[in-house]
Write a protein that binds this ligand. Structure first.
Ligand code: SF4
Ligand code: SF4
Length: 324
């Protein structure tokens, strides 16, 4: 008879459960610069349209927090080298923020610095990341552009939108505390291309093209949208997945107190002809109708408050309030 697996520690379970209980839904108000280097346009569209609720186990959530906690330490380390590091914008007292496309695209910088030993007279965008030993070895061998294209893209967006010419990428190996520092030059063409991609994603009323039609493709296997994209799973119900919603310019901050507060573009509901606050968008309403491409079937009929679909198995499904 096989041995029983060891009983999990109730303390460890409780620690991770607390992370899960406090976890956010993962729905970011704007399309983040940290995502724009994803290779799959459809995944970016799904991110922006809040199709998939984040569901990370407690251990992974704690790992994310480890990366955030490291940021303050790296800032202190850089200041000890004599550099001037501004981790917040002195005018706002908040993290440096960049945005484009009416506030629907943007991101928050880890900081900016002057007096870095490699080029003391040049302002740098700062980007900090922690890495596993394997990832860190690849980074040292290939450089950030090759080994971490999403991080490279994130920095290019920040450079393009701040107008700075250099970024400093500071990476820490979580296993050994070894540090890798790399300076990255602004590449205007890359920055423009990334901004154009963001615009396409934001203004597309329908999902953009898939990276792969093969559910077993390696990036698809790692993608949080896999059940929706390849298995016919349901998308989340909120205003962003509703066919009545459209992104528009302007918007509001999610919180006036949070140093990481997101500002973002606005959203409009054609059904009620009104703008939607972030809370409205999360809540949706009883008149929600899925964007048809999110339903694994073919629309065959529609009315004011419903759409009838024929599903792949021949069954009929009515989205919304069926007529009596
Ligand atoms: S599962 Fe694959 S094709 Fe679908 S969104 Fe994710 S990466 Fe793109
Ligand atoms: S308020 Fe209702 S009808 Fe309007 S976009 Fe949101 S879910 Fe759709």
């Amino acid at each position: 008879m096989a041995a029983l697996p060891p009983r999990p520690s109730p303390t460890i379970e409780a620690i991770f459960a607390a992370y899960e209980a406090n976890a956010e839904d993962g729905f970011r108000l704007h399309l983040g610069a940290s995502l724009i280097g994803k290779e799959c346009l459809r995944a970016l569209w799904f991110d922006f349209r809040w199709t998939t609720r984040a569901a990370f186990p407690g251990r992974i959530l704690r790992l994310f927090e480890t990366g955030q906690l490291e940021e303050a330490r790296i800032i202190r380390d850089l200041r000890r080298t004599g550099a001037t590091v501004l981790d917040v914008d002195p005018e706002t007292g908040r993290q440096w923020r960049v945005e484009a496309h009416g506030g629907h695209f943007g991101g928050s910088l880890d900081g900016v610095a002057l007096g870095l030993l490699e080029a003391p007279k040049t302002w740098h965008v700062l980007e900090f990341k922690t890495h596993s030993a394997k990832s860190f070895a690849e980074l040292k061998r290939e450089g950030v552009r090759q080994s971490k294209p999403r991080h490279f893209a994130q920095m290019q967006v920040y450079l393009r939108l701040t107008g700075m010419t250099r970024a400093m990428y500071v990476a820490v190996c979580k296993d050994t505390d070894e540090i890798h520092v790399e300076r990255v030059a602004a590449d205007a063409a890359v920055g423009e291309t990334l901004l154009a991609i963001a615009g396409r994603v934001i203004h597309a009323a329908r999902p953009l093209e898939r990276l792969s039609a093969d559910p077993a493709w390696w990036q698809c296997r790692l993608c949080e949208h896999h059940p929706l994209c390849h298995d016919g799973a349901a998308a989340e119900r909120n205003c962003r997945t509703c066919l009545h919603s459209t992104p528009v310019d302007g918007g509001e901050a999610a919180s006036s107190n949070d140093l990481r507060a997101e500002r973002a573009g606005g959203w409009h509901c054609a059904k009620w002809d009104r703008t939607l606050t972030p809370a409205d968008q999360r809540r949706g309403c009883d008149h929600h109708l899925y964007i048809p491409d999110l339903v694994p079937g073919e629309p065959v009929d529609a009315g004011d408050d419903h759409v009838v679909y024929r599903l792949a198995n021949g069954a009929t499904w009515i989205d919304g309030r069926a007529p009596c």
